[in-house]
Design a protein around this ligand. Sequence first.
Ligand code: VGL
Ligand code: ZN
Length: 192
Amino acid sequence: MEITEKDALIVVDLQRDFCPGGALPVPGGDEIVPVVNSIIPLFKTVVFTRDWHPPDHMSFSPQPQFKDGSWPVHCVAGTPGAEFHPELKIPPHAIIINKATERDKEAYSGFEGTRLHEILRGRGVKRIFVCGLATDYCVKNTALDGVKLGYEVYLIEDASRGVDFPPGNLKMSLDEMKRAGVKFTSSGELHG
Ligand code: VGL
Ligand code: ZN
């Protein structure tokens, strides 16, 4: 598939806390870093979202269930856990989107409560290529919102990883995206 000027890459939450060793690790989360790095140069518009919570965010639980909005403390704004993965090659023209920044609101989607749609519309973006962490939470919700907002949406499967908890959640999420009209691709299919 040929990538053009009207395409945007959206890298969701590729942050330390979502990688092995972090507060809320996604299995194999760090394995996608070289894959993401390899496709960044194909895109004129590159967006990195980050989970950017206040220290008392509503999703933080002392007994986290790792589902249903009950998580350990993670991605507190300005802390090392909220930093992007150190090997991620963020270009100077990248657009950084902070999300879930308010204590009383959860926001899994990069579009929720942010200016992302305005920014993409302003650039004439028609297709978005979504990847990152976690496939069954923030990646899924970003992709579904993208469809609702009228974008042609592709999930880059090998540049994403899921939590898959409870087991089966990843497969369910992929099915949900498919039904909603999200298309699936992989890094090797993309070229300039
Ligand atoms: C995420 C759980 C809690 C994600 C963010 O980025 O997928 N998951 N906060
Ligand atoms: Zn979060």
